[in-house]
Design a protein around this ligand. Structure first.
Ligand code: FPP
Ligand code: MG
Length: 332
């Protein structure tokens, strides 16, 4: 199991480990051909590890519908290829220095190489599907990628803006993260030849799960452990992003705006920000912002669990239930 895999509360099932191994092998094979440095950068990012939560979600839905995912693995990994491509671009946009515990690819290589590696991974994802996957999967992945771009754009339009509202942050999260989770879950159902009712249930499950996943990510930016996460604490905020917990805090205590602007000014001046970040975090605790964000994430998990009623009962539906709980309990 990868060091940063989500730890499931239930004893790990042998089949999950097999799916995980198949995913890794298929990812290695997909990026095996080396023509230029672009391929090295793509492999750097892709094989640095990762939770593989999206392809594992497709596998779990397939299993819940009574199918072995193995024959579909080359289609299933498309979602991880596209996701990794988006991370290569995201780290350039964010000016991030690390990813998955390694130096970000635009620093380990250079910006043009990382841009092209991101492009090539997205094309590789679609190419996988073009070789025999149901056409609805190609259309679904294209729609999810468009949502990712829209979410990223909306987030960037409001950088360093302390007036951002909770609803805006949630819309961004739905587009930039929940869309690909929804696709991953629905892809499992489509590959399993599910009825429309089951595909809709899988999609609703994935969407709510993705929303909770991103909200947990936003919380971890303030509360996580830098080593476990593989990225520094307070990074979103320092980059000018107002995410759900901060938007809640700003709405509850508008005087915090000044504190946040002071951090942004300090970031521009290159100041040591730890004392200010810790002070802000204390004030966010006092106004109950983290508890409220955790409640919102739990509400999404409740929605995800309700959607599961639309899938056949059995141990794989129970596994999806455990996966949903693990997503909000994760520390990385
Ligand atoms: C990570 O989120 C980034 C995303 C979920 C999406 C990034 C999307 C794009 C750059 C646009 C799409 C591009 C392509 C090539 C498909 P985060 O920034 O909240 O998390 P982080 O802290 O891990 O960076
Ligand atoms: Mg980012």
């Amino acid at each position: 199991m990868k060091a940063n895999a989500i730890v499931l509360p239930s004893p790990a099932l042998l089949e999950i480990e097999r799916d995980r191994r198949n995913i890794e092998e298929s990812l290695v094979a997909a990026t095996g051909e080396r023509r230029t440095r672009i391929d090295d950068a793509a492999r750097h990012e892709l094989l640095a590890g990762g939770k593989r939560v999206r392809p594992l979600l497709s596998c779990a839905v397939l299993r819940a519908l009574g199918h072995d995912p193995t024959p579909f693995i080359d289609f299933i990994i498309a979602v991880e290829l596209a996701h990794t491509g988006s991370l290569l671009h995201d780290d350039i946009l964010d000016g991030a220095t690390t990813r998955r515990g390694l130096q970000a690819a635009h620093l380990a290589f250079d910006v043009p190489t990382a841009i092209l590696a991101g492009d090539s991974l997205v094309v590789l994802a679609l190419e996988r599907l073009a070789h025999g996957a149901p056409p609805t999967l190609i259309a679904g992945l294209c729609a999810a990628i468009k949502d990712l771009c829209a979410g990223e754009s909306l987030e960037r339009e409001r950088l360093f803006d302390a007036s951002v509202k909770i609803a805006h942050c949630r819309r961004v999260n739905r587009l930039k993260t929940a869309a690909l989770f929804a696709y991953a879950a629905e892809a499992g159902a489509i590959l399993g030849g599910a009825e429309e009712r089951e595909s809709d249930a899988a999609r609703a499950f994935g969407s709510a799960l993705g929303d909770a996943f991103q909200m947990t990510d936003d919380l971890l930016d303030f509360r996580g452990d830098a080593i476990e996460l593989g990225k520094p604490i307070g990074r979103d905020l320092v980059m000018g992003m107002v995410t759900v917990p901060l938007a809640i805090a700003l709405e509850r205590d508008p005087a915090l705006c000044e504190e946040v602007r002071c951090i942004w000014d300090g970031a521009r001046a290159g100041d040591e920000l730890s004392p200010r970040l810790l002070r802000l975090r204390d004030r966010m605790v006092r106004v109950g912002a983290f508890a409220a964000a955790r409640r919102l994430a739990s509400e999404e998990i409740a929605r995800a669990l309700a959607a599961l009623d639309g899938l056949p009962s059995g141990r794989w539906r129970e596994h999806l239930r455990s996966l949903a709980q693990a997503v909000i309990q994760r520390r990385r």
